[in-house]
Design a protein around this ligand. Structure first.
Ligand SMILES: Cc1ncc(C[n+]2csc(CCOP(=O)(O)OP(=O)(O)O)c2C)c(N)n1
Length: 365
């Protein structure tokens, strides 16, 4: 696959049925790498399914699924190095898991337990982990874009090798923060990957209702950086494009915009009814003909590297791993109420100190 910016059709390596359009081995990956990628796809789908079940069971209040977007997340997180910075958005848990967040921590986050690195303080769509350089997302759409670019600019000023990936949805590209962030990133040649998961909807609003351009990737041209339009359901293509942009950023050649064209299977969140705005048959078409997990599985099968028996074994192994992770999360207690005052200011403001004392008195602690 030639990694070319500003194409009209998405760059891809695998056809929808998993047949390679060209030999993907030019990516420098071998059998074990492909199996590793596939395992990640199955794993993040498993984590996400269970996360959503927590809402259905009434044990969590809210959930935004990534189902359908696994390849965009796994393929874009795998080329990152440990110290690279990740700014996830509210639908990026697959990428966080690949970067090192554990499934137990994720479940702990959804349940609001102490295992949650953010101690139950955020809506359940994104903890952070300081040591992994994962910055917690905010609910305000797009507001981390300028922060992410600022982080990348700092890396350049400090002459460090780390790069920053900033995840956003198609909806976030309609926010002012996107345009400010893109301009600063390009002007300062910041080592930033502006990664758009275009799942075709911002809640009920379709992408073509919020932009006049055919692709989001082409907007990059106006800021002076390359924009790549990639099939977000082809994990190999997403990996190839992200790796290319990561290498480019790491070697001092500045930022890139990547638009991963994908589709979300679930409602916007557990508080949404997507049957009210999706055209009939659209979801079914993506699920049955373009699924990112099945596509990679077919590729492995065509190479003779995957069998039904191996699939059963993998599913059983991940099921057990996730059951253990869920148990660990459930065993973890909710954070003590007074911890709500921690980590906001280095020294509590007088008003907060007063509130803290009042709560402590009420709790008798
Ligand atoms: C500034 C702001 N406006 C509106 C909302 C309500 N809201 C939450 S998510 C969302 C849609 C975001 O769409 P997109 O960026 O495409 O990401 P997706 O949810 O599709 O992954 C909206 C409008 C918000 N949280 N913040």
């Amino acid at each position: 696959m030639r990694i070319e910016p500003f194409t009209d059709t998405p760059l891809s390596i695998l056809a929808y049925d998993g047949t390679p359009k060209e030999n993907p081995d030019s990516l420098g990956l071998g059998k074990d790498d492909y199996l590793h990628m596939y395992r990640w796809l199955v794993f993040v789908r498993g984590v996400d399914d269970r996360g959503y079940i927590l809402v259905r069971q009434g044990r969590a209040g809210f959930y935004a699924q990534i189902a359908g977007q696994e390849a965009a997340q796994v393929g874009s997180a795998l080329p990152l190095l440990k110290d690279d910075w990740m700014y996830p958005d509210h639908r990026s848990q697959g990428s966080m898991l690949v970067k090192g967040l554990s499934a137990a921590e994720w479940f702990g986050h959804v349940l609001g337990r102490t295992l949650d690195p953010t101690q139950g303080r955020l809506m359940p769509h994104g903890p952070g982990r300081r040591d992994l350089h994962i910055v917690p997302p905010a609910s305000t759409v797009g507001n981390k874009i300028t922060e992410a670019v600022g982080t990348a600019m700092a890396q350049r000023i400090k002459k460090r090798k780390e790069i920053t990936i900033c995840y956003m949805g198609d909806g976030a590209t309609s926010e002012g923060d996107f345009h400010v962030g893109m301009n600063f990133a390009a002007v300062y040649q910041a080592p930033a990957l502006m990664f758009v998961q275009n799942n075709q909807y911002a809640i009920s609003m379709r992408t073509d209702q919020q932009t006049r351009t055919k692709t989001i990737a082409e907007k990059a041209r106006a800021y002076g950086m390359p924009g790549y339009f990639v099939d977000g359901n082809d994990v190999l293509a997403v990996y190839a494009v992200t790796k290319h942009c990561a290498d480019r950023a790491r070697s001092g050649n500045g930022p890139s915009l990547i638009e991963a064209y994908t589709y979300r299977y679930g409602p916007h969140s557990s508080a949404d009814d997507d049957t009210r705005y999706r055209p009939k048959g659209e979801l079914e078409m993506w699920r049955t003909q373009r699924d990112p997990v099945t596509r990679m599985r077919r590729f492995l099968e065509l190479r003779g590297w995957w069998s039904e028996e191996q699939e059963q074994r993998l599913q059983a192994e991940i099921k057990a791993q996730l059951a253990a992770a869920m148990e660990e999360a459930e065993k973890s207690p909710p954070p003590a109420p007074l911890t709500v005052f921690d980590h906001v200011y280095e020294t509590l403001t007088p008003h907060l100190a007063w509130e803290r004392a009042e709560l402590a008195a009420e709790l008798g602690v």
